[in-house]
Unconditional design. Structure first.
Length: 187
């Protein structure tokens, strides 16, 4: 089977899906990790480049193994101390070199690192779609205000399956069967 041709200009940015943050969630961090792994696996299957950020990994640990294993081997990991992913040295340049114009974004924490990353992406003239089912944080009651602000700023908010099904478009897509298996695996 031919290698997938990704939609031009599209990339997945997974923000700080680290074990220490997942353990701090009031609800099941494994559910969020599985949604992020689904997004990483779908991106890999469809040839969408993925990039991962880790916030101070020397102190806070690495990206959860579930996400790393689902992502393409060539996925790039950037470390950062800033709350925004765009504080990671070289991230913006890497995205531009890859010709990225539209970011699919997921990860932690919605009211802090993800929020600031989306705002910085929009300020840098990237289109942004937040994969809302692949986001999380310690205070879910903060999410409605964050979603309103991000939509007002120009971000799109959609569930990950909606986004990836819209890329596939049709059950005759060459990767449809593999994608369906991925949906079931991470349901």
């Amino acid at each position: 089977m031919a290698a997938p041709t990704p939609p031009p200009g599209l990339a997945l940015l997974l923000v700080d899906v680290q074990e220490s943050f997942l353990r701090a969630l009031p609800a099941n961090g494994l559910t969020l990790a599985r949604r992020c792994a689904f997004a990483a696996g779908a991106a890999k299957l469809l040839g969408v480049p993925a990039v991962i950020t880790e916030h101070v990994p020397a102190k806070l640990g690495l990206t959860t193994k579930l996400v790393v294993e689902a992502a393409a081997a060539e996925s790039r990991i950037f470390t950062k101390t800033a709350f925004s992913a765009f504080g990671a040295e070289g991230l913006g340049e890497w995205l531009r070199e890859k010709g990225v114009t539209h970011l699919l974004m997921a990860g932690l924490e919605t009211p802090i690192c993800l929020y600031l990353s989306v705002l910085d992406a929009l300020a840098a003239d990237f289109e942004v779609t937040v994969l809302v089912d692949a986001t999380g944080g310690r205070r879910p009651e903060d999410f409605p205000a964050i979603w309103r602000m991000l939509e007002t700023a120009g971000a799109r908010l959609l569930p990950s399956e909606s986004v990836f099904y819209s890329i596939i478009k049709d059950s005759t897509h060459p990767q449809f069967r593999e994608f369906s298996a991925l949906v079931k695996k991470f349901a």
